[in-house]
Design a protein around this ligand. Structure first.
Ligand code: TYD
Length: 204
């Protein structure tokens, strides 16, 4: 049983949190050692990013992309609880967002070339064994954000959400050599989970 690195991506409001919790429980039940994590991280860089996302600190798109890259390097390399350390200890790591988010969100302003090159050339950044994109139409994401939050972060404005969704599609086309699966997440949580689990079981 070898440890795998699984990334779940999706628009804000796509139901990632619920699906990740169910996936972690299902894999643990099957005897896997599982660790769930997310980006932005809980490290210092993650804090800087969250301030920028909330609009408390102004950052240029390139600066924000650099912070996410730095946060991701820390996330891969932290000797205590970084992704590589956990994989080496035999944990299957499930990560809520990873470089696909940088390519989709920061890529909207910066273009994909620089960001793809930065991630691919950086020796610290590891490639996931599987990325699953939970795909919801813009209206579903928008109404779930509306129902769930007091205020919107910078990427949660209605007009931005559709652009992000289109950008994710461009990202997946550009990364055609990676193992990426798109699941229709506008269905019931049970239906979505059944597809998610079957994709994950293929690589375990
Ligand atoms: P957050 O509320 O922390 O989590 P989520 O929406 O996944 O439940 O929001 C994270 C935000 O950060 C989200 O709007 C996407 C954005 N983001 C980027 O712009 N680039 C990145 O590389 C990552 C990891 C996230």
């Amino acid at each position: 049983m070898s440890a795998k690195f699984i990334v779940i991506e999706g628009l804000d409001g796509s139901g990632k949190g619920t699906q990740i919790a169910r996936l972690a429980a299902a894999l643990a039940e099957r005897g896997h050692r599982v660790h769930t994590t997310c980006e932005p991280t809980q490290y210092a860089t993650g804090g800087l990013i969250r301030d920028a996302l909330a609009g408390l600190t102004k950052r240029t798109p390139a600066e924000l992309a650099g912070l996410f890259l730095s946060d991701r390097i820390a996330h891969c390399e932290n000797p205590q609880d970084g992704i590589k350390t956990l994989l080496n200890r035999g944990f299957t790591v499930i990560c809520d967002r990873y470089y696909y988010s940088s390519l989709a969100y920061q890529g909207m302003d910066l273009g994909l070339d620089w960001l793809i090159a930065a991630h691919r050339l950086c020796p610290a950044i590891i490639r996931p064994d599987l990325c699953v994109f939970l795909d919801v139409p813009t209206e579903v994401a928008d109404s779930r954000i509306e129902a769930g939050r007091a205020g919107r972060e910078i990427y949660e404005e209605r007009s931005t959400i559709e652009r992000v969704r289109q950008q994710y599609k461009a990202v997946f086309a550009a990364l055609s050599d990676e193992n990426i699966r798109v699941i229709d997440a506008s269905r019931t949580p049970d239906e979505v989970f059944s597809d998610l689990l079957s994709e994950v079981l293929k690589i375990l």
